[in-house]
Ligand binder design. Structure first.
Ligand SMILES: Nc1ncnc2c1ncn2[C@@H]1O[C@H](COP(=O)(O)OP(=O)(O)OP(=O)(O)O)[C@@H](O)[C@H]1O
Length: 276
């Protein structure tokens, strides 16, 4: 099977006042149709930066080298306009805070229409119907009412669902989700994760899921890439990473997670004993 995206020796440098600072130090990864690559690492490890570099979302003070082969084309070196056209249709991105993806001055309906007008040939009526369909697929109650609302009138979880629904309705080859549940409360996080897992089962879209949370990564990823200070620390299936982490940094992440889980189980156990 051919990878949807293959990144080779990605290097990102930040140039300020003639000083160069290397942020991403030569990373490689592949993602295949219907599979999910989880990118795991602590804050500042370079998770977001590596995908932003591939998708042309960094400013002029960054230099990006290496290869990012997408459908046989190297994305690195493409113009901003060429990459803008690829994003949103062939590659969809879901970001941490859904509020920032919606313009506060536009109703949901107008924001969805804008995307469909740009990337499809649908008529006004078809766009309206498609918008209602997206909302009901994402289990938003009363889609006719919800599309008339402004972003601040909906919860973060609802906005994130709409974002995911919109992204998937474009039938992208690749979906990049960058900490999509971090800004959302725990119960809604679980619901959002269920949507991603459903999408993974039902579509052939390749997925890159970025998170600092090993639990979230374990729920969805087939392969995991662990980043530490802009370098690849580990790579393998979730089981390999969890059971036999090669790198001391990965071992630390796994041990931390296991300690939290043990604490959680102990707390639950005690509660169980007390309630009897
Ligand atoms: N605009 C910027 N200018 C210069 N350096 C930056 C900029 N944004 C991020 N960095 C640096 O790049 C490195 C990687 O940041 P990145 O945002 O990719 O981390 P991350 O792993 O995604 O963490 P987080 O989840 O906190 O965003 C960090 O060391 C950070 O200091």
């Amino acid at each position: 099977m051919e990878p949807v995206l293959e990144v080779k020796n990605l290097l990102v440098e930040h140039c300020r006042k003639k000083q160069k600072h290397t942020i991403i130090k030569g990373i490689d990864f592949k993602v295949f149709p219907g599979q999910c690559l989880g990118i795991l690492g602590e804050s500042g490890s370079g998770k977001s930066m590596s995908l932003k570099a591939v998708m042309g979302l960094l400013g002029d003070d960054f230099s990006v080298t290496g290869e990012a082969l997408f459908g046989g084309e190297n994305l690195i070196g493409k113009t901003r306009e060429q990459l803008r056209q690829i994003r949103g249709k062939r590659v969809a991105m879901i970001l941490q805070n859904p509020m920032t993806c919606f313009d506060p001055l536009y109703r949901i309906e107008d924001q969805l229409s804008e995307t469909y007008r740009e990337h499809t040939e649908l008529t006004r009526k078809e766009i309206y119907e498609k918008s209602l369909e997206v909302l009901s697929t994402m289990q938003i109650k009363n889609p006719q009412e919800a599309v008339k609302k402004y972003p601040h009138q909906l919860s973060g979880g609802m906005l994130q669902r709409i974002m995911i629904g919109l992204a998937m309705s474009m039938e992208p080859d690749l979906l990049i989700a960058d900490e999509p549940t971090t800004a959302i409360d725990a119960i809604t996080q679980f619901e959002i994760m269920k949507e991603f897992i459903r999408i993974k089962k039902e579509s052939n879209t390749a997925m890159i899921f970025i998170s600092h949370d090993l639990g979230v990564i374990s729920a969805i990823s087939d392969e995991v890439l662990v980043l530490n200070k802009g370098k690849m620390a580990d790579q393998g299936t979730f089981r390999q990473i969890y059971e036999q982490p090669k790198d001391p940094y990965t071992r630390l992440l796994v041990e931390k997670k296991k300690a939290v889980m043990n604490q959680y189980h102990r707390a639950l156990g005690r509660k169980g004993v007390m309630s009897h």
